[in-house]
Every structure is written in structure tokens, then in C-alpha cells.
Design a protein around this ligand. Structure first.
Ligand code: ASP
Ligand code: MG
Length: 405
């Protein structure tokens, strides 16, 4: 007998008909002799509606109360799905996060899971019941309702799978797996059968947002095999796992990109110890996340310092940097908020030289100018002008033969 945790997102439970379809799918898996725990999101659009409602009441809602409001979306869907299951002769029982006892810390709206009590779920599973758990929510030591951050149902599912040592955690969503790149940019993008946790993290943090990043980190940490698949079509989806050996033949697994980038340069900075922290300190204090950082020494004992931020933070970062520029008696601040980042990702590049060169040559052949480069063990990223995004993605997709299985 296998134990599976299935998670269905908002679109998959977006209407009465869809919830009934989910119930049929769950029943079939249960009838086949498996133990099933189902995690559901709120019906699509519901969490946004609840947040808007709270904001009508209070511009900056008290976070404890906000969690009480926004956790209700999932409370509705667990009960409806349990009803649908019971109605077709599949015994099921719904649980809120507090009823399972998914214990979290007290950071409302972004709580972290500390412990999961499996006792209630095990008892139901042993009685051949399907267990239906509300995603996205937990309870703190004092009994306050908490939520895990947007998209948090994915993390609930993975955490339950880890606690119950499930055979696999299935994330049913509106796409049928993880692709080599976004099919809206490159129609020849192909669904991957497998990808490693590390690659998935790079793909996700780079903007291929199929799963909440935290759920992938969690799955990697506890070695929970994670499968992304469509709730609307049949198919094996994409398995996210540790087993590198079988994926090894591919040098590059995918092309990730991020449209929302901006870069800032402070030039003519006196080159002495402590400069990097003087420049980035005020940026961090303003709660602005920095991605790539490049520092270059000029021959006149000054240095140019360039970094990228999210486009939404561009103006604030620029203002902070201009202050620093005056303070340090540096030359000037320049910036560009019309840039994008394109990355190739693959564990295969660890053991192969020349990948970077293939990338740069392919881009050069199309006349795409590279503005910045950064590398990690399994990723090479370039910053290019935003008008080249589509061309760069398609060029690299072809250069690494990602359209061929
Ligand atoms: N309903 C929550 C949200 O919309 C959690 C989730 O769907 O994963 O963010
Ligand atoms: Mg989601």
C-alpha cells in the first residue's frame, strides 16, 4: 500500500464541478488501494477577494486578524471536497491546519512550520478514510491561526508528505509539468520528465513559478519526491527528485528568465576596505533585495560597483545610492530599468567545460549584447536589454537542443 499526498490548487477546485472532478480522481486512487491525504487551496480568486475585503476594513490590516480572514478560503474547500467524496461513497474527513495540528511560529502571514502532529491523520488513514487538509494555514503555540505566505498550500503538502513519509507528493495544477522554458516565449519548450531539486529551485527563483519556492526547499531538505502534474489531463508530469544519474545526459535542463530586473551602477568609488558594505548597507536597510553584484577595479584607485534589484525597487534603490554617492564622494550613479535576466540551468554543467562559451557564442551570433554575467555551480545568467528577451530565450533553447528529447 502506498501513501500519497495530493495537492490541488485554486483553479483545480475553482467550482463545484471541479471539486467533484477532484473527488473522482481521489476516489480512483483510493480505490486502487492507496492511502491518500489531500491538501487543497482556496477556490481561485478567493484569497485575493478576502485580502481586499480586509483592506476595505483597515488599510493595513492587523496581521493576526488578517490570518483569521484569509484562512477561511481553504476551510471552505476542505469541507466541500470531503462532502463530494462522502457523496460518492469514499469516506473522507476534513481538517483545518489547527485541527491536524500543524504547529507554526507566530509570524502571521508568513509563518514557518515547526511540527506536525500526524496522530489524527494516521487514525483516519488506518480506518481507510481519505484525509482532506486545508493548505496554507497552521496554528501557533498560543492557538492563533497563522498562514504560510501566498502559494503556501504547496508547502503544506510537502510538509505533510515529509511528516507522513509519503511515497510521493503530487502537486496538481493547471500546467502538466515543468517545462524547459516558458512555452509562451518558446512554443517548442518541452515538458521535462525529471528535474533535480537544485535545478527546480534555480528555475523557480528565476521566474518559472510553478511551485512555491519554499515547498521545493522543504522537499529537497526532507527528500520528498515531488511530482507536478495537471489536474485536467492525464500524464506523468514532472518528477522533482535527487536522482541525478538519469538526468545526467542532459547538459542543460532549462532556460529561466526574469523580466523584472533593473541595474544600478555607482562609479568612481574610492577603492578601500568597507566600500561594498557602505554601498549595499543602505540598500539592505531599505529592505531591497540585491541579486547580481559586480565590482571592477579601475587603474586610478577607484572602483565601479554594479548590482541588480527588482524593477519595483529601482527608484528607491537609486535614491539610496545617490545619498551614498555624495557621502563617499564617488563620481556618479547611473541605472537602467529596461533589462532582463536570462539563465541556463543544469546540473550537467558541473562536469562539462565550454557551456558558457556555447551560451555566449549563440547570443553573439544574434547580435545580443551581454551587459552582465554571473555564474553559479549549476547556472549561468546574463543580463541583456529587455527587447532581446524572447530572442535570447529561443536562441539558447535551440543552442542547447532543448526542443529535442
Ligand atoms: N490560497 C492561498 C493563496 O492564494 C494559498 C495557496 O493557494 O497556495 O496564496
Ligand atoms: Mg499555487
Amino acid at each position: 500500500m502506498a501513501l500519497y499526498v495530493y495537492k490541488f490548487g485554486g483553479t483545480s477546485v475553482g467550482s463545484v464541478e471541479r471539486i467533484k472532478a477532484v473527488a473522482e480522481k481521489v476516489k480512483a486512487a483510493h480505490d486502487a488501494g492507496n492511502q491518500i491525504v489531500v491538501v487543497v487551496s482556496a477556490m481561485s480568486g478567493e484569497t485575493n477577494r478576502l485580502i481586499a475585503l480586509a483592506k476595505e476594513m483597515q488599510a493595513q490590516p492587523t496581521e493576526r486578524e488578517l490570518d483569521v480572514v484569509i484562512s477561511t478560503g481553504e476551510q471552505v474547500t476542505v469541507a466541500l471536497l470531503s462532502m463530494a467524496l462522502n457523496n460518492i461513497g469514499c469516506a473522507a474527513c476534513s481538517y483545518t491546519g489547527g485541527q491536524v495540528k500543524i504547529l507554526t511560529d507566530s509570524s502571521h502571514t508568513k509563518a514557518r512550520i515547526l511540527r506536525i502532529d500526524e496522530h489524527n491523520m494516521r487514525a483516519d488513514l488506518d480506518n481507510s478514510k481519505v484525509v482532506v487538509v486545508a493548505g496554507f494555514q497552521g496554528v501557533d503555540e498560543q492557538g492563533n491561526i497563522t498562514t504560510l505566505g501566498r502559494g503556501g498550500s504547496d508547502t503544506t503538502a510537502v510538509a505533510l508528505a515529509a511528516a507522513l513519509t509519503a511515497d510521493e507528493c503530487h502537486i496538481y495544477t493547471d500546467v502538466d509539468g515543468v517545462y524547459t522554458t516558458d512555452p509562451r516565449v518558446e512554443p517548442k519548450a518541452r515538458r521535462l520528465d525529471k528535474i533535480t531539486f537544485e535545478e527546480m529551485l534555480e528555475m523557480a527563483s528565476q521566474g518559472s513559478k510553478v511551485l512555491q519556492i519554499r515547498s521545493v526547499e522543504f522537499a529537497g531538505k526532507y527528500n520528498v519526491p515531488l511530482r507536478v502534474l495537471s489536474s485536467f489531463t492525464e500524464g506523468a508530469g514532472t518528477l522533482i527528485t535527487y536522482e541525478e544519474s538519469e538526468v545526467e545526459s542532459a547538459l542543460i535542463s532549462g532556460i529561466a528568465f526574469n523580466r523584472d530586473e533593473a541595474k544600478l551602477t555607482i562609479s568612481g568609488v574610492p577603492d578601500r576596505p568597507g566600500i561594498a558594505s557602505k554601498i549595499l548597507g543602505p540598500i539592505a536597510d531599505a529592505n531591497i533585495e540585491v541579486d547580481m553584484i559586480i565590482q571592477n577595479i579601475a587603474d586610478d584607485a577607484t572602483t565601479d560597483f554594479t548590482f541588480t534589484v527588482h524593477r519595483n525597487d529601482y527608484q528607491r534603490a537609486k535614491t539610496a545610492l545617490e545619498l551614498t554617492c555624495t557621502e563617499l564622494a564617488a563620481k556618479k550613479v547611473t541605472g537602467d530599468d529596461g533589462i532582463v535576466k536570462v539563465s541556463i540551468v543544469g546540473v550537467g554543467m558541473r562536469s562539462h567545460a565550454g557551456i558558457a562559451n556555447t551560451m555566449f557564442q549563440a547570443l553573439a551570433k544574434e547580435g545580443i549584447n551581454i551587459r552582465m554575467i554571473s555564474t553559479s555551480e549549476i547556472k549561468i545568467s546574463v543580463v541583456v536589454d529587455e527587447k532581446y528577451l524572447e530572442l535570447a530565450v529561443r536562441t539558447l533553447h535551440a543552442a542547447f537542443k532543448l526542443d529535442q528529447a
